[in-house]
Design a protein around this ligand. Structure first.
Ligand code: PMP
Length: 442
């Protein structure tokens, strides 16, 4: 609260909100005060259907008793344990459960506190892996246009979103970008994986020719790019990337911060697409978004390259005060149990067709120029108003919110990624409300 004599306009001013138009928000605040399963409750007492699983993270829906109880119990039992040179059982249990859930090659998990930290960790692991093997010239990192890998320096350097880069001057050097795979003129309104664009992976060969394979440490991509508008991998693309990386000794990192934990109907996109990277980053759904936590999954080959030298030596000079934090580990265990007990990944797979049909029912509505989706994720791209490249979708977001539905926007793309507990009636409400709103847009 503002104190007496304080001239601040209101008590919303102190909180500098992330990735938010602060001035707009503070004139027209939107607040959630509670949540249950598929719905949020707003500060003015309205129910809002969660069409985005929070920020792509509450895959089991909200306020799940098992997760709540696990956190409460953990807080009373062991609040914190030092993350370095000490352990506590739940971090080990969670790592085991996580690698058991992940595709077979992934045998080790390193804990972080967010997707951004998972990305930094994976990039550093890739660099250190090559050094550990005496291949220290491999320092170059390859990202992709329209890639989103969080907001830390490594992540924005390999990322390909101009707004996330242009404010911050020189980023990491020695970074190249593959072209993005979004080919609207060829793939608009396609269902499933696009036919066209697999060849774009061959650009990696161009970069190899330019710099020499012996200088390249790793390629990082989202198997399906979420934050830049749900860009699906064209058929053959991921396979080709894998092939080229293997041929040249380059590590492949999948950033699965969004695609992990059932979003596509399987544990990870690596499994869904049947293409195995060397490292997987994850976060969000690991704890159902309830307590911040991320992880990097590594193959035995990567992990074992570090397990050399004197036994008492620290193998990787990297880690966070909260790596494997007891509260987060407890939340993670309860979350993964919930996914398994309720068969939520299979549930997502089972709903995918209904979801796709519902999404594509929006074709033909005003301003809709593309629809993309897979699993329980979808995007509706709108024609922009000239000179106002985000306005139309943001208006849709505001109107949907007024009508009791939460969607997300990036540019003029509307993205949706509901909790995996969603029912068909919720899908009808979500898509029906969006359809009504689209008809009213300027
Ligand atoms: N990578 C990807 C693919 C993401 O989608 C995100 C977040 N949307 C991040 C990294 C960053 O995660 P966080 O916001 O938890 O740092």
């Amino acid at each position: 609260m503002a104190m007496d004599g304080d001239t601040r306009p209101n008590d919303l001013s102190a909180f500098w909100m992330p990735f938010t138009s602060n001035r707009q928000f503070k004139k027209q605040p939107r607040m959630f005060v509670s949540a249950d399963r598929m719905h949020y409750t707003t500060s003015d007492g309205r129910q809002v259907l969660d069409g985005t699983a929070g920020l792509w993270c509450c895959n089991a829906g909200h306020n799940r008793p098992k997760i709540v109880e696990a956190i409460q119990k953990q807080a009373a039992e062991l609040d914190y344990a030092p993350a370095f040179q000490m352990g506590h059982p739940k971090a080990f249990e969670l790592a085991t459960k996580l690698v058991d859930m992940a595709p077979a090659p992934f045998e080790h998990a390193f804990f972080t506190n967010s997707g951004s930290e998972s990305v930094e960790t994976a990039l550093k692991m890739a660099l250190a892996y090559h050094r550990a093997r005496g291949d220290s010239a491999r320092t170059r990192l390859i990202g992709r246009e329209r890639g989103y890998h969080g907001v830390n320096f490594g992540g924005i350097s390999v990322g390909g979103i101009v707004n996330n880069r242009r404010m911050f001057g020189t980023l990491l050097t020695g970074v190249d970008h593959l072209p993005h795979t979004h080919l609207p003129e060829k793939n608009s309104f396609v269902k499933g994986q696009p036919e066209h664009g697999g060849y774009l992976a061959d650009d990696l060969e161009r970069i190899v020719t330019l710099h020499g394979a012996e200088t390249i440490a790793a390629v990082i991509v989202e198997p399906m790019a979420g934050s830049t508008g749900v860009l699906l991998p064209p058929k053959g693309y991921l396979e080709r990337l894998r092939e080229i990386c293997t041929k040249h000794g380059i590590l492949l990192i999948f950033d699965e911060v969004i695609t992990g934990f059932g979003r596509l109907g399987s544990s990870f996109a690596a499994e869904y697409y049947g293409v195995m990277p060397d490292l997987i980053t994850c976060a969000k759904g690991l704890t159902n978004g309830v307590i911040p936590m991320g992880a990097v999954l590594a193959t035995k080959q990567i992990h074992d390259a570090f397990m050399q030298g004197p036994e008492e030596a620290i193998e990787l000079f990297h880690g966070y005060t909260y790596s494997g934090n007891p509260m987060a580990a407890a939340a993670g265990l309860a979350t993964l149990d919930t996914y398994a007990e309720e068969g939520l990944f299979e549930r997502a797979a089972g709903l995918a067709q209904y979801w796709e049909d519902a999404l594509h029912s929006l074709k033909g509505l005003p301003h809709v120029i593309d629809i993309r989706g897979m699993g329980l994720i979808g995007a509706v791209e709108l024609q922009s108003i000239p000179g106002a490249p985000t306005k139309r979708a943001f208006d849709a977001f505001l109107k949907c919110y007024e009508k009791g539905v939460l969607i997300r926007t990036t540019g003029d793309i509307i993205a949706m990624s509901p909790p995996l507990i969603i029912e068909k009636e919720h899908i009808d409400t979500l898509i029906g409300t969006l359809a009504d709103v689209l008809k009213t847009l300027e």
